[in-house]
Write a protein that binds this ligand. Structure first.
Ligand code: UDP
Ligand code: MG
Length: 315
């Protein structure tokens, strides 16, 4: 198998046929034998029916259906495990990842790179969202041990050894953007102009994006924990100096001020800081808790299409 295309799909029944037309228009000229693995991530619309239909229509199409919605990360993992190709392309089902870019990406992969990622600009995106994203990437790159680039998503091709490297990482709680950066290997980037979604709206609401952002920071470093230690240390030192000052005042007979302001400032300031740092610690403890349960990232409900489906029992 020359190329596997992995497509996570959550409520994408309307775009799949079009996606197939796009792929069939470009892939035969670019690669030898290829397969498309559609991963239905517990959709509530007709995505699974559509995947079944495509797989009977076209022997190059196979599908997996997860037992419920496990999130895009789990769907991608399921697809990567299922992919048999020497090269693997990951692509969204919503037609936001232009198929005409695949030629350039494969050419760069052939030129000695193990990963080629497409990087979109933020054309046509709400101003606030792109500004927040920019700020986020500046911040996360200061904190995290891996470099994450703005606009770089999951639209990428990987060599077999890069796929195997990603699959060798055992965590259940996956932040793929970081994992892909973490495994290393020569990586190239292809820029393209952002395409707005044709059907429905993004599955990622603002809240879901914020959670994804926190995952990005916490999955890849313990700098926030370290920062908590420094901050805690600095505050303790200041408190000690202040105590010395207060005692000195009392000894020289200068006490007796109402002290109400100091008290309030102290209580709220320290209370806030403690909550913040407790939150940071909690993030990591939560992560340990989730990983220690060793739960599989997903379950497969149904698989179909040629070649004979391997029912993969995750881990
Ligand atoms: N997706 C998924 N599971 C989810 C959410 C999304 O498999 O729980 C898929 C979705 O079908 C699409 C891709 O992930 O193919 C990206 O989703 P979306 O277009 O909503 O995100 P955005 O383009 O806004 O990043
Ligand atoms: Mg999209």
């Amino acid at each position: 198998m020359d190329l596997s295309v992995v497509v996570p799909c959550f409520n994408e029944e309307r775009g799949l046929a079009e996606l197939r037309d796009e792929l069939n228009a470009v892939l035969p000229a670019l690669v030898g034998q290829y397969e498309v693995v559609l991963v239905d991530d517990g959709s509530s619309d007709g995505t699974l029916d559509e995947a079944r239909r495509l797989s009977t229509l076209d022997p190059r199409y196979r599908y997996l259906s997860l037992s419920r919605n496990f999130g895009k990360e789990a769907a991608m993992l399921a697809g990567l495990r299922e992919a048999t190709g020497e090269r693997v392309l990951i692509m969204d089902a919503d037609l936001q990842h232009p198929a005409w870019l695949i030629g350039d990406m494969l050419a760069l992969l052939g030129a000695g790179h193990d990963q080629v990622v497409a990087r979109r600009d933020r054309h046509g995106e709400p101003r606030v969202r792109s500004l927040l994203s920019k700020l986020y990437y500046v911040g996360v790159n200061k904190l995290a041990d891996v470099r994450l680039e703005d606009g770089v998503g999951d639209f990428r091709v990987l060599s077999r050894r890069a796929v195997d490297a990603v699959l060798a990482l055992p965590e259940t709680n996956r932040f793929s953007k970081g994992l892909f950066a973490w495994i290393g290997y020569p990586t190239a980037t292809v820029p393209y102009r952002n395409v707005t979604r044709k059907y429905d709206r993004s599955c990622f609401s603002f809240g879901r994006l914020v959670n994804y952002g926190i995952d990005g920071v916490v999955s890849f470093n313990s700098t926030p924990l370290r920062a908590a230690i420094y901050l805690g240390g600095a505050v303790t030192l200041l408190a000690f100096l202040y105590a010395v000052y207060v005692i000195a005042c009392a000894l020289t007979g200068h006490s007796g001020a109402p002290g109400y302001a100091t008290l309030i400032v102290g209580i709220t300031g320290f209370g806030g800081m403690q909550l913040l740092l407790l939150g940071v610690v909690g993030e990591y403890v939560g992560r340990i808790y989730l990983e220690s349960k060793q739960r599989p990232a997903y379950f497969v409900k149904e698989a179909g299409g040629a070649p004979a489906p391997r029912m993969v029992v995750p881990r």
